[in-house]
Design a protein around this ligand. Structure first.
Ligand code: UDP
Ligand code: MG
Length: 329
């Protein structure tokens, strides 16, 4: 097979990463240079740092790196839009220049040495290569437990995601172009990318401890990612509500018949506890169901407004720096 185009863009989302970014960028640059020397990737390859609206010195560090070394380029969001938006923006920017883009976290938890295997899979014809973690030892029990529950729940709801795959992955230009066709605001990449099809492959890697700074994924962000994941990939929860409603109606019909018969027979002794339990549980169930439907209505609301998914307010591209208010996607 002819070798495929080999311009690689490494897309790195950064949110308040001032503690470890300089070191991480150095490690990444060194790796890319080694790959260039081995002629595995083109000299035109770049590291694209995406500042997701950090409130610390992250952007200053990115600007410095871009000034020192033309290997780096950077974009900055107008505010914090979240990890998923940051990698999307990076990939959409990279798509215009790269043959392949690899997304990787800024904290060096994902083993950068696995890049060789990603590139080999790509050269062998894969359009998408998923990085899969070998271990979860670096996560606390809470994160491990919530992650397992989340994967199980998604699977149960009919959304196929790759277990133990976060966002360390390679997309070829063809896959990036396909991804660009999805205009939805509720973009859940881990569900959507496998749903695109394409020949794909997997690479296993070891997860390391975060080298500097703290995890930027708060519990709130994790829960919102989970809710977005479920509601953007599956309408099964609404169907379940319909089934539940049907079952409760059947039960009610039975109860009505029983009550009427008791009344006719004159032995309709009323139970306080039963009444209370039934009305409380039905009240809870109704509100919960309404909440689920509400989630979807909210999603429709966001989609119909079709607001930009992120706003880029500064770009440092190759040598040319550009000012604010340029792009959105
Ligand atoms: N991140 C981001 N925006 C956010 C939260 C996180 O761009 O709102 C980035 C963060 O800088 C890091 C990556 O996403 O590069 C993964 O975050 P983190 O390492 O904190 O998550 P964890 O590994 O704990 O799941
Ligand atoms: Mg991390």
């Amino acid at each position: 097979m002819d070798a495929r185009g080999n311009i690689l863009y490494l897309v790195v989302p950064c949110y308040n990463e001032e503690d470890g970014l300089e070191h991480a960028a150095g490690v990444m640059a060194e790796k890319l240079e080694r790959l260039m020397r081995a002629e595995k990737i083109s000299q035109e390859s770049r590291i694209l740092l995406v500042d997701d609206g950090s409130r610390d010195n992250t952007w200053r560090i990115i600007s410095g790196l871009c000034g020192q070394d033309s290997l780096f380029c950077g974009i900055r969001f107008s505010r914090n839009y979240g990890h998923q938006s940051a990698i999307l923006a990076g990939m959409m920017k990279a798509r215009l220049h790269a043959d392949m883009a690899v997304t990787i976290d800024a904290d060096l938890q994902q083993d950068i040495e696995a890049l060789d295997q990603f590139i080999t899979c790509y050269q062998e014809g894969a359009e998408i290569v998923y990085g899969i973690r070998n271990n979860r030892d670096t996560d606390g029990w809470f994160k491990r437990m919530t992650a397992t529950c989340f994967y199980r729940l998604l699977e149960l709801l009919g959304c196929h995601i790759i277990p133990n795959h976060a966002d360390y992955r390679l997309l070829s230009r063809a896959a990036l172009d396909a991804l660009a066709e999805y205009g939805e605001v509720n973009l859940f990449l881990r569900g959507l990318i496998p749903a695109m099809g394409f020949p794909s492959d997997v690479v296993y890697f070891d997860v390391k401890k975060r080298e500097a700074g703290r995890s930027k994924y708060t519990l709130g962000k994790m829960l919102s990612l989970a809710a977005d994941g479920i509601t953007s990939m599956s309408i099964r929860p609404i169907r379940l509500i319909t089934v539940l409603g049907f079952l409760v109606s059947l039960f009610s019909l039975g109860m009505i018949i029983k009550c009427l018969t008791d009344w006719v027979l004159g032995n309709n002794l009323q139970g306080y506890t039963t009444t209370l339990l039934v009305s409380l549980s039905l009240g809870g169930l109704t509100l919960f169901s309404l909440g689920i439907v509400g989630e979807y209505v909210g999603k429709i609301y966001l989609e119909t407004k079709s607001r930009p998914r992120y706003i880029v307010d500064a770009v440092i591209w190759k040598d040319a720096a550009s000012g604010p208010g340029k792009e959105h996607g």
